[in-house]
Design a protein around this ligand. Sequence first.
Ligand SMILES: [Zn+2]
Length: 300
Amino acid sequence: MSKFTFIASVLTSILLQCLEGTFAIAHPRSASAPPPLETNVGEVLYITVSVKGQNRVVVGEFRDRTIPFFKIGETGQYGALIGIDLSDEPAQDEVRVQIQEGSITRLVQRYRVKVRRTQFGIQELTLPQEKVDLDPETLKRVEEEQQQMLENLSSVRGERVWRGPFVMPVEGKVAGTFGLKRLINGQPRNPHSGEDIYAPEGTAVVASNHGLVRLTGDFFFSGKSIVIDHGLGVFTMYFHLSDIFVKEGESVSKGQTIGLVGSTGRVTGPHLHWGARLNGARVNPLSLIKLPLHTLVTGE
Ligand SMILES: [Zn+2]
C-alpha cells in the first residue's frame, strides 16, 4: 500500500481563494413576482415557499435535480436546500416548485436563480509517476469503492432527520481547499470535492447534524471513512479518520463523537476531509454551516 501513498515532500502549489458565500432566503409575496435569487457554484441555497392547505407534498425541480421540500411550521411554510454542484454551469436558471396531489402535479412557484461563477484555485502536484499509476488490482479496488460510495449517496430517504443549524465537525484550521482543480504531473484529475480541516491526530470528530450512519469503511483514497445520511438527500462525509466509533445503520445525534482525526488513506498528514452532498450535488460543507436554519429549531 505504501508504494502508492503520496509522499509528504511533493511540490505543492495551492492557490487559495475566498470561500465566502452568499445565501438568499426568499419569502415570496405573490406568485407573479418572485424575487431573483443569487448563489455561487459549489454552494447551498435555502428557499422557502408558502403553500395553501395542510400536509402537502412539495417538490422542486432545478436543472436535472429533484428537490424535496420540508415543512417548517404549521402555517403552510415549506423549505428546501438546493445544492449547486462544483461543476455546475454559472448561468441563470429556474426552480419550479410543485405540489403533488395523487397523480396531479400543480406548479405553485417559480424562482429565477442566478448561479455565479466561483474561481476555484489550482493545486499542482508533481509526483514520481509510479505513485500515480495504480496497478490493476488497486485500480479495481478504487473503482469498486467509488461505486459503493455513489450508490450510498444516491439513495434518498424521504424524511428529514437533520434539525436546526449544521455544526463544524472538528476544531481545527480550515484549509480552503474545496473545489481546487487538481493537476498531478500536469494531468487533470477530479477536483477536490470537500473541505480539509487540519487538527492533530486523535482530535474528536462529531456529527454535523442528526442522521443515520449510511456507510463506514477503510477505503484506498479516503481511508477510514463515515457517511452520514441526514435525510431528504443531504449527506455529510468524514474521511481519513484514525478511529470510527459508529456502525452502519446507527442513529447519531448532532455533536456526537463519531471518530477521531487521523491520516488514513492517501494523505500527507492528519486532517479531516469533510464533504457534503445535496441531492447529488457536491457542495462546500461550510455552506451548510452558514445557512440561516436557526428558526427551524422551534416549530418542528
Ligand atoms: Zn480533502
